[in-house]
Design a protein around this ligand. Structure first.
Ligand code: ADP
Ligand code: MG
Length: 880
C-alpha cells in the first residue's frame, strides 16, 4: 500500500482533491507544489496510515520503509543528510486532518537536530546563535508534544535563565545561553519522564509521527470535533517537510496572511509577519507583529513587510491571487522568508465572519469567480447568518475606555471571568461571561465556547482568540494594549481603572471598543450586503418561511427579518405573559360557580383579542396561525401559598379548598395528560372563548383595513373522531361570531400533527382539516418515547458510543419520524389535495432538516425569530 505522497516545487504525487487521504494541509501543499509555487520539498503520510496505527497500535507494514525512501529523496533534493553532523537536514513534522482544526493538534519543528549536529548547522548557515535557537526550540517542542512534559515547566527554565541574566527579551540571549537552556530543559525532561530525548534522527522522527497520530484522540481535539459536529474524515495525516528558517536574521521572517480580510470581507490581503522568528511566534502573540502593506502601517507601530521585504511581499501577493483563482475561495496561508527567499508553507480555505462570508460570496459572484448558486451555497446558514446577526450597542455610547483590534464582530455585555474554568462555571450557572485573558491557547477552548465575548491583551486578528471567536461567531476584541491583568488581585487594570472578576463590562468586536460598564444592546437588523444576499437567496427558495411568534413585538421583529406570516402563535404563552390573564385562567379552572367562570372567560377573551389584534396588524396581508390552548392545566395553577391565597380571595373560597382543587388537577404524567384538545373535550368553553377572541380580533382589524388570513389549529389530536368533534366546536364558534358580517372573512381550521396516531391516520384526519402543522418536537418525543427535557442526560452517551450520529431533537430523524411524516403527507394530500402543510418546532430552523422538508414538499417552515434569516438561506440551499 502507498502511505507516502511526495511534493516539491513544480510537481506532486497528490493534489487538492485528495484531502480525505492527505488531510487539508497535505492536499494544500501538494496543490501549491503542482501550481509551481515555492514549497519546501516534503512528503505526506496518509490518514489511512493514521487509522491503521490507531487501530493496531503500530505502524502499518511498509510505511517505515516508504518514509526512509522519502527522506533519502529529501537528502538528494537538498544536498544534506538526515542526522549528518557536517551538513544536517532538518524537517518539520506537522499534523493535518481532512478538515482543519486550527491549533488543535501537534507540530514539531527543527526535527533532526541534536547536540551532535548543532555545530554542523552553525557552520552550514554561518550563524551559531541561530543553530542553538533551533536546538532550544526543538527540545522544548519535542518534550511537550511527544513526551507530554508540561510546557509551563520548560517555559520556566527559559524565563528563569533569561531573568538570571537580566534580559528582557529572548533575542538578547547568546548562543551559550541557548545551549545551556537546551541542556537544562533536557535534564528537566529526564527528571520528569525518566527518559531522554532521542538523539538519532529516526528515533526522533518515529516518536513525532506517533505523537501526531495519537494527537487525533487527544481530549481537546475530540472536544473540538464534537463542538463543530465533525464526523467524517477520520484520522490525521502527517506532513514531513524540509525546514526553512524564518529565524535566520534580519532578512528572514515568518507570517500568516488571508487573501481577503476575514473579518470584513474586504478584497484586500490581510496578514501579519515578524522578522527573525519561527512559525509559532507570530500567532503566539509574544511580540506585536507587523502588517503586510505600507498602507496598514501605524504611527509608531512595527514596519510592514512591503517596506522591509518588497520582493517576498510581491511573491506572497502573487501566490495568494493565484490560489484564490485556483480554489475560487478566500485562502488563509502561512509563509516564511529565509534570507530573502520566499516560501509558502500552508494554504486552506479561510475561516471568516458572517459579515465577511456574505460580502465575499457577493463580490466573488460579481467578479465572475463563482455563479449565483455557488454564492448562495458558500454561506453557512447557522455559522454565517444566524450567528452573524449580531447584537449591537444601542444608541450612541460615551467614549470607550480602551481600544483593541476588532477581531470578531458583535457587541457583548457580561461579567468578567479571568480564566476559562471560571467562564465555564459562571456560564453554566446562567451568567453572561466575558473571558478576559492576556492571550488564549488551545487549553481555553471550553472557556471560549462558554463566553459571550472575548477580550485579550496580546495578539492580532490571527491570534488564537481571534480565530476561534470568529469560528464560533463570538464577539472578540484583542490586542488591547491598555489592559493589564493582575492575577493575584483577581482583576485587571484598564486605562487606569481597576476591575474585579465578576464586574460587568461591554465590548464591541466590530469596532474594537471596550467599555467599563453594562451597555444596552439592540437586536440585529438585515441591511446592506446581508439584505442583498438574502434577497438573492429568496429567488432560489420554494419553502415559505414563517415565524413562531407569541407577541406583537416578536411578530413585528420577525417581519423585518423577512417572515412571511406567523406559523405558530402559542396562546398559552400569550396568557402566561400576563398576570391578569393567568388569574382569569385560574378562575375558570378552579371555580364551581358558573358566574365566576363566565367572568373569567370574558376576561380571557378581552385580553387575547387585544394581543391577537396586535399580531394581526403586524402581519398585515400575511397568514397568522393561532394554536388553541395546549399546555397541561396545572401550568396555570398557583404553586405557592401566596398564590393560592390570592386565588382564594378572588374566588371567595377557603385556602384549603383551593389547595384541594389544585391537587385534584395534579397529574402523574402531565406531558401525556390533560392537555391540548383534551382540555376542550372537558371544557369546550375554553376553546369557544378563544375562537371568539380570534374572530373578533380579525373583524376589528379588518375594519381598520388590515388584511388577515386566520388559521386556527387544534393541538394534540390523536384521533380523527376527536378532530371531527373539536373542529365542529371550533367551526360553530366561528360561525357564531362571524354572524352578521358583511365581508367574507376567511378562517381556516386545521390540526397539529404531533401524536404518532394522528400521523398514522392522516387520511381520515385530512377530511376534518384545512391544514396540517407538524409539531416535530412532540412527534419526536412520542415516537422515541423520550422526553426532550430529560434526553440531555443520556443522549450524549448514544453519540459517544456511535449508536446515534445525530441528536433526534436537533436534526429531524429521517428514518423514523421522517418516514411517518412522509406517509402522513402522502395520505393527507391524497384525500385533500389543497391541504396546506407546515412544520413548526425546533427542526424547522435546522439546515439538514430543512433539506429533508424541502424533499417532502412541505409548504412552509415556521421558526423562532432569530432563525428566520438562516432558514431563508437554508431553504434556498435545499432547493438548489
Ligand atoms: P498549525 O496547524 O498549528 O498551524 P503547523 O503544522 O502549520 O501547525 O506548523 C506550526 C508553525 O510552524 C506554522 O507557523 C508553520 O508555518 C511553521 N512551519 C511548519 N513547517 C515548517 C517548515 N518546514 N519550515 C518552516 N516553518 C514551518
Ligand atoms: Mg498551520
Amino acid at each position: 500500500d502507498k502511505y507516502v505522497y511526495r511534493f516539491e516545487e513544480g510537481k506532486a504525487q497528490g493534489d487538492a482533491s485528495l484531502f480525505e487521504l492527505l488531510g487539508g494541509k497535505g492536499a494544500g501543499l501538494a496543490e501549491m507544489a503542482r501550481l509551481g509555487m515555492p514549497v519546501p520539498p516534503g512528503m505526506t503520510l496518509t490518514t489511512e496510515a493514521c487509522r491503521s496505527y490507531l487501530d493496531q497500535g503500530f505502524f502499518p507494514e511498509g510505511m517505515e520503509i516508504q518514509v526512509r525512501k522519502g527522506i533519502a529523496w529529501l537528502e538528494l533534493k537538498t544536498g544534506r543528510g538526515f542526522g549528518l553532523p557536517e551538513n544536517p537536514l532538518l524537517v518539520s513534522v506537522r499534523s493535518g486532518g481532512a478538515s482543519s482544526m486550527p491549533g488543535m493538534m501537534d507540530t514539531v519543528l527543527n526535527l533532526g537536530i541534536s547536540e551532535e549536529v548543532v555545530e554542523g548547522l552553525a557552520r552550514q548557515t554561518g550563524d551559531r546563535r541561530f543553530a542553538y535557537d533551533c536546538l532550544r526550540r526543538f527540545v522544548q517542542m519535542y518534550a511537550s508534544v511527544v513526551m507530554d512534559v508540561d510546557d509551563a515547566l520548560l517555559e520556566e527554565v527559559l524565563v528563569g535563565h533569561r531573568q538570571a541574566r537580566g534580559f528582557e527579551h529572548d533575542s538578547e540571549l547568546s548562543w551559550e545561553d541557548l545551549r545551556d537552556i537546551s541542556e537544562s530543559m533536557r535534564l528537566k525532561v529526564v527528571e520528569q519522564t525518566g527518559r531522554d530525548i532521542p538523539r538519532g534522527p529516526y528515533g526522533q522522527l518515529w516518536g513525532a509521527v506517533e505523537a501526531v497520530f495519537r494527537s487525533w484522540n487527544a481530549p481537546r481535539a475530540k472536544f473540538y470535533r464534537s463542538q463543530h459536529a465533525m464526523t467524517g474524515g477520520w484520522g490525521t495525516a502527517v506532513n514531513i517537510m524540509t525546514m526553512v528558517f524564518g529565524n535566520l536574521g534580519e532578512d528572514s521572517a515568518s507570517g500568516v496572511a488571508f487573501s481577503r480580510n476575514p473579518s470584513t470581507g474586504e478584497a484586500q490581503p490581510y496578514g501579519e509577519f515578524m522578522v527573525g522568528t519561527q512559525g509559532e511566534d507570530v500567532v503566539g502573540g509574544r511580540r506585536q507583529p507587523g502588517p503586510l502593506s505600507l498602507a496598514e502601517e501605524e504611527e509608531g507601530g512595527p514596519e510592514s513587510m512591503q517596506r522591509l521585504m518588497p520582493g517576498p511581499y510581491e511573491a506572497l501577493c502573487e501566490c495568494m491571487e493565484r490560489l484564490e483563482v485556483n480554489y475560487r475561495d478566500v485562502q488563509d496561508v502561512e509563509f516564511c522568508v529565509e534570507r530573502g527567499k520566499f516560501w509558502m508553507l500552508q494554504t486552506r480555505a479561510a475561516k471568516r465572519t458572517g459579515q465577511a462570508a456574505v460580502r465575499i460570496a457577493l463580490e466573488m459572484c460579481e467578479e465572475g469567480l463563482i455563479d449565483e448558486k455557488e454564492a448562495i451555497l458558500r454561506v453557512d446558514p447557522k455559522l454565517h447568518i444566524e450567528r452573524a446577526l449580531h447584537r449591537q450597542i444601542a444608541g450612541t455610547p460615551g467614549e470607550a475606555l480602551a481600544y483593541g483590534q476588532a477581531a470578531s464582530p458583535g457587541a457583548a455585555c457580561g461579567e468578567v471571568a479571568l480564566s476559562s474554568e471560571q467562564a465555564a462555571r459562571r456560564s453554566s450557572e446562567g451568567a453572561d461571561v466575558i473571558l478576559v485573558r492576556p492571550m488564549t491557547s488551545a487549553d481555553d477552548v471550553e472557556g471560549l465556547h462558554a463566553a459571550v465575548g472575548v477580550l485579550t491583551q496580546q495578539g492580532g486578528l490571527t491570534s488564537h482568540a481571534a480565530v476561534v471567536a470568529r469560528g464560533i461567531g463570538t464577539p472578540c476584541v484583542c490586542g488591547v494594549q491598555a489592559l493589564r491583568i493582575d492575577e493575584e488581585a483577581r482583576g485587571f487594570y484598564l486605562a487606569g481603572e481597576f476591575f474585579e472578576e465578576g464586574e460587568t463590562i461591554t465590548i464591541d468586536g466590530g469596532s474594537g471598543q471596550v467599555f467599563g460598564e453594562a451597555l444596552k444592546l439592540k437586536e440585529p437588523q438585515i441591511t446592506g450586503n446581508l439584505e442583498t444576499f438574502l434577497n438573492l437567496a429568496d429567488r432560489y427558495r420554494r419553502l415559505e418561511v414563517r415565524v413562531n411568534a407569541d407577541s406583537a413585538a416578536e411578530a413585528e421583529g420577525a417581519r423585518k427579518l423577512g417572515a412571511e406570516g406567523v406559523g405558530l402563535c402559542r396562546t398559552e404563552h400569550l396568557i402566561l405573559e400576563s398576570a391578569e390573564a393567568v388569574r382569569a385562567m385560574r378562575q375558570v379552572l378552579l371555580t364551581n360557580d358558573w358566574d365566576v367562570r363566565e367572568k373569567g372567560l370574558e376576561e380571557l377573551v378581552t385580553y387575547q383579542r387585544h394581543e391577537l389584534a396586535q399580531i394581526m396588524r403586524a402581519m398585515d396581508g400575511l397568514p397568522v396561525m393561532v394554536r388553541l390552548l395546549d399546555p397541561p392545566a396545572h401550568e396555570f395553577l398557583p404553586r405557592t401559598r401566596a398564590g393560592r391565597k390570592s386565588v382564594a380571595e378572588v374566588l371567595g373560597l377557603s385556602e384549603e379548598a383551593v389547595k384541594w382543587r389544585v391537587e385534584a388537577l395534579e397529574e402523574t404524567n402531565p406531558m401525556l395528560g390533560f392537555r391540548g384538545g383534551r382540555l376542550a373535550m372537558v371544557y369546550p368553553q375554553l376553546y369557544e372563548a378563544q375562537v371568539q377572541a380570534i374572530v373578533e380580533a380579525s373583524r376589528q382589524v379588518e375594519d381598520e383595513g388590515v388584511r388577515t388570513g386566520v388559521e386556527i389549529a387544534i393541538p394534540m389530536i390523536a384521533d380523527p373522531g376527536e378532530a371531527q368533534h373539536l373542529s365542529a366546536v371550533v367551526h360553530d364558534a366561528v360561525a357564531r361570531h362571524l354572524y352578521g358580517m358583511t365581508r367574507d372573512t376567511d378562517v381556516k381550521v386545521g390540526v397539529m400533527v404531533e401524536v404518532p396516531r394522528a400521523a398514522m391516520l392522516a387520511g381520515e384526519l385530512a377530511l376534518e382539516a384545512d391544514f396540517f402543522s407538524f409539531g416535530t418536537n412532540d412527534l419526536t418525543q412520542l415516537m422515541w418515547g423520550m422526553s426532550r427535557d430529560d434526553a440531555s442526560r443520556f443522549i450524549d452517551a448514544y453519540r459517544e458510543q456511535g449508536v446515534l450520529t445525530e441528536d433526534p431533537f436537533e436534526i429531524i430523524d429521517r428514518g423514523g419520524v421522517g418516514q411517518l411524516m412522509r406517509k402522513a403527507i402522502r395520505q393527507g394530500r391524497l384525500v385533500h389535495p389543497q391541504l396546506t402543510i407546515g412544520v413548526c418546532g425546533e427542526h424547522a430552523g435546522e439546515p439538514t432538516s430543512i433539506r429533508f422538508f424541502e424533499a417532502l414538499n412541505l409548504d412552509y417552515l415556521s421558526v423562532s425569530m432569530f432563525r428566520i434569516a438562516g432558514a431563508r438561506l437554508a431553504a434556498a440551499q435545499a432547493f438548489i
